[in-house]
Design a protein around this ligand. Structure first.
Ligand SMILES: Nc1nc2c(ncn2[C@@H]2O[C@H](COP(=O)(O)OP(=O)(O)O)[C@@H](O)[C@H]2O)c(=O)[nH]1
Ligand SMILES: [Mg+2]
Length: 198
């Protein structure tokens, strides 16, 4: 199955994007499979609204393992089964809990196994612009990877587009789609990109 992996730092909006994008595609309920680093797998059905309240939060690392949802993606006159995988936030330093380190390793391993990388950054923070940021590494990897898209999230919190311009200047070779995971803005462009790349 075609696998889309959502990655980025903690709190950039990976979980909210994943759930709201699935919602945007017309789904109200999901079957979410949680895969822990120790191999334990659990599938649970959720109403999307409930899942958003439960799984997306302003606490760092509210996602503690890979979470995947299988959906039928509308593809011109047919549908294609894809797996969207939400992941644990990556960071530059070495995290001090064993569980978190394992979970991050699990995210890194998944990058290799995925067909499309959806990388999210938070436009309200400028840490992704720093030379040693993990986002730099992901973008470098993405540019050389088969399929990769950079989403600049939280546009609803910006009063002007200066940070989008700065981000585009920093990653000038990379096509960037500005989005609001909260308001489902920019999702049409994400859908179009995925449709042309699966
Ligand atoms: N205003 C605004 N808040 C957002 C947006 N996306 C995520 N958030 C908030 O940012 C916090 C972290 O979101 P979450 O999806 O849990 O981030 P994750 O750690 O990357 O999975 C939550 O409080 C979300 O409500 C957005 O587009 N706009
Ligand atoms: Mg999350």
């Amino acid at each position: 199955m075609f696998k889309c992996l959502v990655i980025g730092k903690a709190n950039v909006g990976k979980t909210l994007f994943t759930l709201n994008f699935i919602n945007y595609l017309g789904f109200e309920k999901i079957k979410l499979t949680t895969l822990k680093y120790n191999g334990v797998e659990k599938t649970q059905e959720y109403e999307l609204e409930h899942a958003k309240n439960l799984l997306s939060s302003d606490q760092s690392y509210s996602t503690s393992s890979l979470q995947s949802v299988d959906i039928s993606f509308p593809l011109f006159n047919k549908k294609k089964e894809i797996k969207i995988i939400d992941s644990v936030g990556l960071s530059e330093g070495i995290e001090n809990t064993f569980k978190l380190r394992k979970a991050m390793l699990q995210t890194l391993k998944e990058i290799e196994k995925s067909d499309l990388i959806i990388h999210i950054v938070d436009l309200t923070k400028d840490d992704c612009l720093k030379p040693d940021s993990i986002d730099n590494h992901i973008v470098d990897y993405g540019i050389s990877a088969k399929k990769y898209i950079l989403l600049a999230n939280k546009t609803d919190l910006l009063s002007e587009n200066r940070s989008i311009v700065r981000l585009q200047k920093k990653f000038e070779k990379q096509h960037i789609i500005p989005i609001s995971a909260l308001n489902q803005k920019g999702f049409h462009n994400v859908k179009t990109y995925i449709r042309h790349n699966i």
